[in-house]
Design a binder for this molecule. Structure first.
Ligand code: F6P
Length: 398
């Protein structure tokens, strides 16, 4: 692995190990930082330890890098099994460090995977996660954040992107996109790995629509209406369905009906956080907000007719269409995928149009069919995606 801290290297390494193992390939991760934390008696967590001008720090890090590399070599060379992968999980940002790896290992058997993620918001979230790990336990959150950011700066100082290495793939780990690839033949599993890098991975996503609202009763669209008694009772049923499942994260929109549906579930869980993103707010109906469908047909027949003709591409005056939600929904989903990387099961409480867009991100649908996907208020979709498993199921609460 190659990349600055907090760019998703360890997450990719962990999932890649899972994916390769499922293919019968013995795979192990060798993490420089973990070795350092485990073996060093002295404090190695202060930022200046990572200053390249700090000779003592640099020598110690080099020592752990060599030790880790030797562990990896022993693993791949030992025993009869031929299908083996050692993942060296470290920043490896300097060409010198990478030359050492290429020299010490058979060069045509080394693939460098460089992780890039320059999304400020995601980076901040990642840093927030990192500073909660035991490594930073003695520090306050602010001190730990400052310390970790300083460490990143030191790495930035010596970071040289991959260029001359024989085999490499540079991946945008937030967008599941390969940015550059140089693979010179003879490397096993590389197709499998490339495919892995561009496949969103989601263990269990439960996609729910908010419960019934006062606006729903009148067939009124948009707004920020609250749940009715029936809506709360649906939320209660949902809570019971998930009572014995761990749901550590629930993603909602920033609208009341979505958060109100999520709260009973959160309260019944031992550990659960609600993260509200405006990316998942319901389609903005512009001048038609808070009107009923009948009122639109009567008072704005042109709007109703134009929308009926081409529902996906039609944009409400001063509002959105399905087409204009694409970007924000995609961004929201990527945030969900990124932030839920440590959780087996997550939930999203969205809205009718939003959930249609979310579903169409995971299952191919013709655009013209998307605005008609069935999104009832008494059922949820279970979605699971990996290279080997694809699940889409609509299940009733009771
Ligand atoms: O009626 C509920 C609702 O979520 C509205 O707020 C929204 O405008 C509508 O559904 C979206 O569905 P459609 O695109 O079918 O009108």
């Amino acid at each position: 692995m190659v990349g600055l801290p907090a760019r998703g290297k360890s997450t990719i390494a962990g999932k890649l190990r899972e994916s390769l193992r499922r293919d019968g390939i013995a795979t192990r991760i060798f993490n420089n930082g973990e070795l350092r934390r485990r073996l060093s008696r002295e404090d190695t967590n202060y930022p200046e330890f990572f200053d390249p001008r700090n000779k003592v720090g640099a020598a110690l890090r080099q020592r752990y890098a060599v030790m880790n590399l030797n562990h990896a070599k022993t693993f791949v060379n030992k025993g009869k099994r031929k299908r083996k992968v050692a993942i060296i999980d470290a920043t490896n940002v300097s060409p010198k460090r990478r030359r050492m790896l290429s020299t010490e290992l058979p060069e045509n058997r080394v693939l460098f995977i460089e992780c890039i993620n320059n999304d400020e918001e995601i980076l901040e979230q990642n840093i927030r996660y990192k500073v909660q790990t035991p490594e930073f336990a003695p520090l306050s959150v602010d001190e730990a954040t400052a310390s970790f950011k300083k460490r990143i700066q030191y790495y930035e100082g010596i970071y040289k992107p991959l260029k001359k290495e024989r085999n490499f793939i540079r991946v945008d780990s937030f967008n599941y996109r390969i940015l550059k690839e140089e693979v010179n033949g003879g490397l096993p599993f590389v197709d499998r790995i490339r495919d892995f890098l561009v496949t969103p991975f989601i263990k269990n996503l439960y996609l729910v629509r908010h419960g019934e609202t006062y606006y729903n009763l009148e067939d009124r669209i948009g707004g920020d209406s609250e749940l009715t008694r029936e809506g709360y009772s649906q939320a209660g049923e949902l809570r019971d369905v998930f009572r014995n499942k761990k749901i550590p994260l629930i993603f909602t929109s920033s609208l009341k009906r979505s958060v109100q549906t999520a709260l009973p579930i959160k309260n019944a869980q031992q550990e659960c956080k609600i993260l509200s993103f405006s990316e998942f707010n319901e389609i903005n109906a512009g001048v038609c907000e808070s009107m009923t469908y009948d009122e639109i047909r009567e008072n704005m027949p042109n709007v109703a007719a134009a929308r009926k003709r081409n529902k996906y591409y039609y944009e409400y005056p001063q509002g959105e269409g399905y087409v204009s939600m694409e970007e924000r929904i995609e961004r929201g989903i990527k945030k969900v995928l990124y932030l839920s990387k440590h959780s087996d099961s997550i939930m999203m409480v969205g809205h009718r149009a939003v959930n249609r867009m979310v579903l169409s991100y995971f299952v191919f649908k013709r655009k013209e069919d998307v605005p008609y996907i069935y999104v009832p208020q008494d059922s949820y979709y279970h979605i699971a995606i990996s290279q080997n498993r694809k699940v889409f199921q609509l299940k009733k609460f009771v």
